[in-house]
Write a protein that binds this ligand. Structure first.
Ligand code: 9D3
Length: 251
């Protein structure tokens, strides 16, 4: 297989599986460019109750994910039918915020293992000694890493070669690098008395291209001036060095 393999380790495997067979994500998998294998962490849970969490040392509320099921699950997956080391990513609110450049980097790997946290977090030994990288999808609190893992999977899937029917493919994204999309209209030309801008009906493709570029820049200045700052986190800004953990990187 020349494409990408992604394993997901989670206590809610069906939550992840049920989101996979839709849209581009479905097509990429049907084309064999992406294989996603979802694993139930409870397989490696402790005792007859398959326990995966416990109270935090030092007290305080909430539960923390125990390290053994996660270490055992990762070892089993990497020794399984498709054996070999994965790039191990922990989805965590403490991780570095996911950027488009991360998707490009991850799309270039062969095998990724996504570990989804739940409860109040995971035992720090997982972060320090098992995973290569911690990723967050933004500064808001969710209940676990499953939806963030799906966000990452969908974002990576559409960057795989030939994922989009359009031969320009994801290249159109880089065309719009560092600025927001221009506004779009479709038929009817007038709706509830609201007309489409004349220029778009003019057939003058040079004028249209210029107008769109101006609109894109105007909209970016207005809503996301941070994208225009040099050194800011552009949609496709050249990737900063990935955060090193134990001296390993994804390259
Ligand atoms: C930051 C809140 N933490 C303070 C005690 C507790 C906590 C809340 C929610 C710890 C973990 C979670 C579950 N969230 C994720 O696993 C998660 C996440 C998120 O909440 N926001 C953005 N990205 C991510 S990636 C994984």
């Amino acid at each position: 297989m020349s494409g990408l393999g992604i394993d997901v380790l989670t206590i809610f495997p069906d939550m992840v599986r049920h989101a996979l067979p839709y849209g581009i994500l479905r097509r990429v998998q049907e084309a064999g460019k992406l294989v996603v294998a979802v694993h139930d962490l409870r397989q490696w849970g402790l005792g007859s109750s398959r326990q995966v969490d416990d109270a935090p040392f030092g007290g305080g509320g909430g539960m923390v994910m125990r390290p053994e099921p996660i270490f055992d699950g990762v070892a089993a997956i990497e020794a399984g039918a498709v054996a070999g080391r994965r790039w191990r990513v922990l989805l965590s609110p403490r991780g570095r915020r996911l950027q488009h450049a991360d998707l490009n980097r991850l799309a270039g790997l062969e095998r990724i293992l996504l570990i989804c946290g739940r409860y109040e977090g995971v035992d720090e030994r997982v972060c320090e000694h098992l995973v290569d990288e911690e990723i967050s999808i933004g500064d808001y609190v969710l209940s676990g890493g499953e939806l963030p893992a799906l966000v990452l999977i969908e974002g990576v899937a559409r960057l795989l070669p030939g994922a989009l029917g359009d031969p320009l493919g994801a290249g159109r994204d880089s065309f719009a690098a560092g600025s927001l999309d221009w506004p779009a209209w479709t038929r009817p030309a007038t709706f509830k008395g609201l007309p489409v801008p004349d220029v778009l009906l003019s057939g003058d493709h040079m004028r249209i291209a210029k107008w769109r570029q101006d609109k894109s820049l105007e909209m970016t200045r207005e809503r996301r001036p941070d994208l225009l700052q040099k050194g800011g986190e552009g949609l496709e800004s050249v990737e900063k060095e990935p955060r090193l953990i134990h001296g390993r990187t994804g390259r």
